[in-house]
Design a binder for this molecule. Structure first.
Ligand code: FES
Ligand SMILES: [Fe+2]
Length: 447
């Protein structure tokens, strides 16, 4: 339980709020690069600020204030020029540092433009995403996390607009036991009503859950029935990149789930999936973006899809969960650790320090490999991944909305047959395991 005041402190993202100032110390993905190829100007709302992202005719990206400083017309309707974005109303032109460079309707010898600037933020492309930084200078480096920079992979970006605050999504990532209920018991209930028996999906009970801190956030560990502490889900676990990214996946299919605050009550959820089947994969010309819907044709949550089960669990708590009215148990220890961390990192920023996970050393930012359980793959694993991409398994997965699922399935099948023919699969990347440290906490749930 939190007081109302603390709840606001942890969840508010607008400029000048404690939480908003902390969130502004990180680069956030705001679009797929391919979206700007289709339409070079895109309206973006990020942490309560209305902005316009554009690509000019030289290929440079810019992120500027939505209203034109002249008479407030939306720059969403702007015209990309050789350098910068031109307002459609009277032609004022702005470059990507926000400087006004032309005012064609003003007298020929006017210097007025030199004194006009619009708000502008730095943006960078990486891994098919456009990232923005809204914090103070000097900006930290955009972290080159492994999934963004690996080769021999195929990527895709699923976009969902969530009607709730970002922290609800992140708390779910520190809540291992929901898996056996929401994606196990409830999943079986939903599919059972349709006459599909599916008893094996995420059904194992949690015997033990544990959490640690590491350089980039938190590690989540679990022991389920049939496993021991020697197995990877406990020994290695998987990371939550502070403040707002979950890494999940296994065996050649990995995902960053970015929970980007649009404002206090809305979140842009990017499901960034990277398939690494273990064979040479042709580079993608562009990383496709698809809509990962929340609702079915009747406007009801798509409760039969694993990720949408998470989405409705977050969104149905309300736009901003009333944490002063909740009752936390011992299995909520990860949620509590996350809240403590957010509180602490807000204080770090207030004290003028860099918060957790800030990267400023280029030598350490070539490729940041992250620990991940079940990283291995072989012919059996490749076949299993291909099997996930058909039938009921596909209907339960976000892959059913993706434009490249059958192409990816083909890659895994190819990897399986090559491996069975005796060809070695590509060497796998493996990050060092994070040992249990001074922050380690754990709870036993079953004897
Ligand atoms: S409103 Fe933009 S140039 Fe006039
Ligand atoms: Fe979940």
């Amino acid at each position: 339980m939190l007081t109302k005041e603390m709840n606001e402190r942890l969840t508010q993202v607008g400029p000048g709020t404690p939480g908003g100032e902390m969130m502004r110390r990180y680069w956030h993905p705001i679009a797929g690069v391919v979206e700007l190829d289709e339409n070079p100007v895109k309206k973006v709302r990020l942490m309560g600020e209305d902005l316009v992202l554009y690509k000019d005719r030289s290929g440079n990206l810019g992120l500027i204030d939505e209203p034109c400083p002249h008479r407030r017309v939306s720059m969403e309707y702007g015209i990309p020029e050789e350098e910068g974005l031109r307002c459609p109303y009277h032609g004022w032109l702005f470059n990507n540092s926000g400087q006004c460079t032309e005012q064609p309707a003003e007298p020929w010898n006017s210097t007025f433009k030199d004194r006009i600037r619009t708000k502008a933020y730095p943006v960078q492309e990486l891994g098919g995403l456009v990232f923005a930084y809204l914090g103070p200078q000097p900006a930290p480096l955009l972290p080159r996390f492994d999934l963004l920079v690996w080769d021999n992979v195929t990527r895709q970006i699923g976009v969902t607009n969530l009607p709730c605050n970002w922290l609800q999504a992140m708390e779910n990532s520190l809540d291992p036991v929901h898996v056996e209920w929401l994606h196990g018991y409830y999943m079986n209930y939903v599919w059972g009503k349709r006459g599909v028996a599916n008893p094996e999906r995420f059904a194992s009970r949690h015997k033990k859950i544990g959490f640690d801190r590491f350089d980039y956030g938190l590690i989540k560990r679990r022991v389920v029935e049939g496993n021991t502490e020697e197995d990877e889900p406990w020994r290695v676990g998987h990371p939550i990149l502070y403040p707002n990214v979950l890494r999940v996946g296994n065996s050649g299919s990995y995902t960053f789930q970015y929970r980007v605050p649009v404002d206090d009550e809305n979140t842009l959820h990017l499901t960034y999936t990277v398939y690494r089947p273990g064979i040479p994969v042709p580079p993608q010309e562009s990383v496709p973006v698809y809509q990962l819907p929340l609702y079915d044709d009747h406007g009801k949550f798509l409760t039969e899809v694993v990720l949408v089960q998470d989405f409705f669990a977050w969104a149905s708590q309300g736009r901003i969960a009333q944490r002063d009215k909740e009752h936390l148990g011992q299995s909520d220890i990860g949620v509590i650790m996350l809240r403590e961390l957010v509180k602490e990192q807000i204080e770090m920023v207030e004290a003028g320090k860099d918060p957790l996970g800030t990267v400023r050393d280029a030598a350490k930012n070539v490729c940041i490999d992250l620990p991940q359980e079940e990283h291995s793959y072989d012919a059996n694993v490749a076949r299993r991944q291909a099997e996930q991409m058909q039938g009921v398994r596909l209907a339960q997965s976000w892959d059913r909305f993706s434009p490249i699922t059958q192409y990816v399935r083909g890659l895994f099948l190819e990897a399986e047959s090559k491996s069975q023919a005796g060809e070695p699969l590509l060497e796998k990347n493996r990050a060092p395991e994070v040992p249990q440290g001074e922050w380690h906490r754990q709870v036993s749930l079953l004897p």
